[in-house]
Write a protein that binds this ligand. Sequence first.
Ligand code: OAD
Length: 249
Amino acid sequence: MELKDSPLKDLLRRRPRICVLSGAGISAESGVPTFRDPDGLWAKFKPEELANFQAFINNPELVWSWYQHRIEVIRKVKPNPGHFALAEMAKLCTEFTLVTQNVDNLHQRAGQPEVIELHGNIERAYCLDCNTPAAADHLEKLDENQRLPRCTECNGMIRPDVVWFGEMLPEESLRRAENSAQNCELFLCVGTSGVVFPAASLPFLAKENGAYVVEINRQHTEISHVMHETLIGPSGEILPRLLAEMNHP
Ligand code: OAD
């Protein structure tokens, strides 16, 4: 894929202040299912039964078994060239912020220096009652005893550290993400359908504040109209191309 002559090409060569918002699509080439593609999770499972607080209270075993399955999938896969290209870009730019909606830890495993997690991280869990982070072996307990993990401090129920439908995003993460969107020169929206807010408001915020806004996706999305450019294709191919442009002599 060749980048046409555009403001994007010039911007990349200057190594501008960049803010990236990533979604499930960036991990698709690693083998992690997305949510809203035809073979995505929400085509097979009902979010109201698995990804909200009441569902967890009603049937914690079911919700935990679903998360346990997803954790097993994620631990077997590897970051792809898209994740690695972003980690390299972060090293080249003096100001680079990666904001992700993904809970799969693949940016971190690719060596991304800092990741703002808007929807939590599937590898973590905490106590519903006292907020104490769960011990790292809470999943093994789930395996051995087929019982729910319990808090070592107060015996409360342990829940995955992810944001469910209807829940607030972590305040500090959202504040930092908005701040970075407002202050960047180039905003990249990678592999997200752009239908879940407030994450999807970040490209709007960036554009209002003068950033050049570019989408990288296999197809056009609900938020394509806000973009200065949409690059259609797999992020695992397009992001290394953008990185190469930054390294252009
Ligand atoms: P979606 O499943 O809604 O969207 C994935 C996007 O990735 C789609 O627009 C695809 O076209 C695109 N895509 C697929 N493969 C790609 C590839 N190889 N390269 C580039 N793009 C590709 O996932 P998100 O937008 O991340 O929330 O969904 C947002 C939130 O909805 C998730 O964080 C999750 C979900 O409910 C929570 O869990 C709170």
